[in-house]
Design a binder for this molecule. Structure first.
Ligand code: C2E
Ligand code: CA
Ligand code: CA
Length: 633
C-alpha cells in the first residue's frame, strides 16, 4: 500500500514530468498525475522506506541521430524544439558514441567557419573535429541505482548535470535521462524520508497528528461521495502523568507502546490508529455502517485496558477514557470533528474515567483556539501590529553581511509570540497572506530607505512572496509603485518565491516574472529542492538565484544524501548560470561543507538569528565577524 500524501506534497498538475526531454513524454494531467505520483512515492510502503530506485525510472526515449547523417540534422532538431537539451549519437551498430549538447553545438556553429564547413558534413566529422571537443558522454546501464549515477555525474563535473546521460541495456541504446530528473528523484527520496519523519510518531511508529488530519480529511471526502459515515474516537490515558512521574520516562514510554498495542488490537484492521500528543490517541473508523460499531470498538478497548500492563518489574493499570464523534451525523468540519470527540472524552473523564461517551448535542464543546486566531490575525494586519525581523545574509568565507531576509513576526497580546509556521499557514488558507504580504513588502522597502538615509551600508533586502500574491494580476504594478514611492535602488531588492508558486499557470507566471525583472529587482527560488520544478521552465524563468533548503543543510557533514543533493543543486545552478545561497546553517561544519562544494553565500543561526531592527543595526554597527561559539547558541 502506498502511504497517503499530504497536500503540501502534491506537485501541480503537469509538472511531474520534468526536464530537458519533457517534450518526449506526453503531458501529464489528472489521473495520470496521481499514477505518476504513486510510482514516484512508492518509496514509502506500509510505513517503511523502500529500496533505492534505478535509472530505468528516469528513462526517456529520444530519437537518436546517426553518425552518418549530416550535421544539419542536429541543427534542425534543436531549432524545432527549444526545450531539447542534447541529442544522443549512435553508430551503425546502434552503440552510443557521443552526446551533442545544445549549448555547445550552438556556440560552435555560431563561429564563422563552422556553419559553412559543417552543415553538410556528417555528424561523425563534427564530433571528431578537435575544435568541437564536446565532453565525453556518460553512459550507464538502466539497472544502475540512481545514487550511483548521481556520484558519477557529480564526479565528472557540472556540465553533465544539464546535458544528462545515455542509458543502455546490454550495451544498446535505450534512451536518455537528465541530471535534473535525477536530482528530482534523489530529492524525492529525501522528501520521502522527511515525510516519514514528519508524519509518523517516533516512539510508537504509528501516524502522528499531521498524517491523521490528512487521513480524516480524505476519509470525509470519501464518506461524502459514498454517503457513508465515519467515526473519530478520542482516547486519553487516565492519570498518565502520575504513571510517568512515579515510574520514570522510559517506563512511561513503554506503557504508551503497550497502550498502542491494545488500541490497535481493539480497532478493526482497516482503522487508522494515530498518536495526537503525549498520552492522546485517535482511532479513525471508516465505513461505519452502524453507530453501534463504534460503541463496540470503544467498549472493547475500555475493557482491554483494565488488564494490568507489566513494565519494568511493575504491574500498572492504565485505564482510558474515550469520546467519539461521527461524520456527518455530529459534525461535518474536519477540525471540529476531533474537537467534539475530545469534548465527549472529557465527559467520560468527568463521569469517573475508565469509560466511553459519544458526542451528543448536550456535550459542552470548548472552542478551539484556531477559529479566533484567523480573526485576530486579520485585526493584527489591519492595525499593523505585526513586525518584521531581519536575518543577516552573509558571505560564508568571512561572515560579512551583504543583506537581510525580512521575516514576519507576530507578538500576540495574550498568547505571546506565535510562530510564522502557524500564522503564515493561517494567512495562506484564509487569503490574509495578500494584505500581510503587501504590508511586509511596503514595510521592508521603507526600512531599506531609512537605513540608506541613516548611512547604513547598502544591504540586499530579501522578501518572501507567496504564491497567491504572485498570482494577483496587479502585483508587478504594486511592486513598482511601492519602489517608486520609497525611492529604493531595485538592485538591492530580491523576491523569494517557492517552486510551487512558479509551477502554477506557467505562462501567466512567466509574464509576471518578466514584468518584475523589468523593474530591476532580482528573483530567488526559495526552499529549492523541496518542490517540483521542471528544468525546461527553470531555464526560461528569469530567476537569479536558488536557495538551498535548510532540510538539506541540516547535518550535511554526516548525511551523504544531503551533501549529494546540495552538490547537485550547486552544479545545476552553475550550469544555468544562477547564483546559490544556503539557508539554515547552524554549525561551522555545515558551513565548511557548503563552502567546499562551491556555495559562497548563506544564512543561519551560526551567523545570526532573525532580529528586530534595533538589534540588526547594533549587529551591523559592531561589524561582527562570525563567532561560532556565540552565534550558535
Ligand atoms: P523561509 O522563507 O524558508 O525562512 C527561513 C526560515 O528559517 C525562517 O523561519 C528563519 O527564522 C529560519 N531559520 C533561519 N536560519 C535558521 C537556522 O540556522 N536554523 C533553523 N532551525 N532555522 C533557521 P521563520 O521566521 O519561522 O519563517 C518561517 C516561514 O514563514 C518562512 O520560511 C516563510 O516561508 C514564511 N514567512 C515569514 N515571513 C513571511 C512573509 O513576510 N511573507 C511570506 N509570504 N512568508 C513569510
Ligand atoms: Ca525565504
Ligand atoms: Ca526555506
Amino acid at each position: 500500500m502506498t502511504v497517503g500524501l499530504s497536500k503540501s506534497f502534491m506537485p501541480p498538475a503537469g509538472s511531474v514530468v520534468a526536464g530537458a526531454l519533457a517534450n518526449a513524454a506526453p503531458p501529464v494531467t489528472g489521473v495520470a498525475v496521481r499514477e505518476t505520483l504513486q510510482r514516484q512515492f512508492v518509496f514509502i510502503e506500509d510505513g517503511r522506506l523502500q529500496d533505492a530506485p534505478t535509472v530505468r525510472q528516469l528513462l526517456r526515449h529520444l530519437e537518436p541521430v546517426r553518425t552518418r547523417e549530416p550535421s544539419q540534422r542536429i541543427m534542425a532538431r534543436f531549432s524545432e524544439d527549444a526545450a531539447l537539451y542534447a541529442l544522443p549519437v549512435l553508430d551503425d551498430e546502434g552503440k552510443p558514441v557521443a552526446l551533442v549538447d545544445r549549448k555547445h553545438f550552438m556556440e560552435f556553429f555560431s563561429k564563422p567557419f563552422s556553419q559553412e564547413l559543417f552543415r553538410r558534413r556528417s555528424v561523425r566529422d563534427l564530433i571528431e573535429h578537435k575544435e568541437f571537443g564536446g565532453a565525453a558522454p556518460i553512459v550507464v546501464d538502466e539497472g544502475c541505482s540512481i545514487e550511483d549515477v548521481a556520484q558519477i555525474i557529480l564526479a565528472s563535473g557540472m556540465h553533465h548535470m544539464l546535458t544528462g546521460f545515455l542509458v543502455c541495456s546490454a550495451g544498446r541504446y535505450e534512451g536518455m535521462a537528465n541530471g535534473h530528473d535525477l536530482l528530482n528523484m534523489i530529492t524525492q527520496r529525501k522528501q520521502a524520508e522527511l515525510y516519514y519523519m514528519a508524519h509518523y510518531d517516533h516512539l510508537t511508529g504509528i501516524p502522528n497528528r499531521i498524517l491523521l488530519a490528512d487521513r480524516i480529511e480524505q476519509a470525509c471526502r470519501e464518506a461524502e461521495r459514498n454517503g457513508d459515515m465515519l467515526a473519530v474516537l478520542f482516547i486519553d490515558v487516565d492519570r498518565f502523568k502520575h504513571i510517568n512521574d512515579s515510574l520514570g520516562h522510559s517506563a512511561g514510554d513503554e506503557v504508551l507502546r503497550k497502550v498502542v498495542e491494545r488500541i490497535t488490537a481493539s480497532a478493526r484492521r482497516s482503522d487508522t490508529v494515530a498518536r495526537l500528543a503525549g498520552d492522546e490517541f485517535v482511532i479513525l473508523m471508516e465505513n461505519v455502517s452502524d453507530p453501534s460499531l463504534v460503541e463496540l470498538v470503544a467498549t472493547r478497548l475500555v475493557k482491554a485496558m483494565r488488564a494490568p500492563i507489566e513494565v519494568a518489574g511493575h504491574s500498572v493499570v492504565a485505564t482510558v477514557s474515550i469520546g467519539s464523534a461521527i461524520y456527518p451525523h455530529d459534525e461535518t468540519r474536519v477540525a471540529a470533528l476531533i474537537t467534539k470527540a475530545d469534548a465527549a472524552m472529557y465527559e467520560a473523564k468527568a463521569r469517573g474515567r475508565n469509560g466511553y461517551r459519544r458526542y451528543t448535542t448536550a456535550t459542552t464543546v470548548y472552542n478551539p483556539a484556531i477559529i479566533s486566531l484567523e480573526a485576530e490575525l486579520r485585526k493584527a494586519i489591519e492595525q499593523e501590529a505585526l513586525e518584521l525581523h531581519y536575518q543577516p545574509l552573509v558571505h560564508l568565507a568571512d561572515g560579512s553581511v551583504f543583506g537581510v531576509e525580512a521575516l514576519a513576526r507576530w507578538q500576540h497580546p495574550q498568547r505571546g509570540r506565535i510562530s510564522p509556521a502557524q500564522f503564515i499557514q493561517i494567512a495562506e488558507e484564509s487569503g490574509l497572506i495578500i494584505p500581510l504580504g503587501e504590508w511586509a513588502l511596503r514595510h521592508a522597502l521603507r526600512r531599506l530607505k531609512t537605513w540608506n538615509e541613516a548611512g547604513v551600508p547598502p544591504l540586499r533586502m530579501s522578501i518572501n512572496i507567496s504564491a497567491l500574491q504572485l498570482q494577483r494580476r496587479g502585483f508587478p504594478d504594486f511592486l513598482g509603485a511601492q519602489m517608486r514611492e520609497c525611492g529604493v535602488d531595485p538592485r538591492y531588492i530580491e523576491l523569494e518565491l517557492t517552486e510551487t508558486a512558479l509551477m502554477h499557470d506557467i505562462d501567466e507566471v512567466m509574464a509576471t516574472l518578466n514584468k518584475i525583472k523589468a523593474l530591476g529587482v532580482s528573483l530567488a527560488i526559495d526552499d529549492f529542492g523541496t518542490g517540483f520544478s521542471s528544468l525546461s521552465y527553470l531555464r526560461r524563468f528569469p530567476v537569479d538565484r536558488l536557495k538551498i533548503d535548510q532540510s538539506f543543510v541540516r547535518g550535511i557533514e554526516s548525511a551523504p544524501v544531503n551533501e549529494s543533493i546540495a552538490r547537485a543543486i550547486v552544479a545545476l545552478a552553475k550550469s544555468l548560470s544562477l547564483d546559490i545561497i544556503a539557508e539554515g546553517i547552524e554549525t561551522p561544519l555545515e558551513c565548511a561543507v557548503l563552502q567546499r562544494i562551491g556555495c559562497r553565500e548563506g544564512q543561519g543561526y551560526l551567523f545570526g538569528r532573525p532580529m528586530a531592527e534595533p538589534d540588526l543595526l547594533a549587529y551591523l554597527g559592531a561589524g561582527r565577524a562570525p563567532d561560532p561559539e556565540k552565534a550558535a547558541g
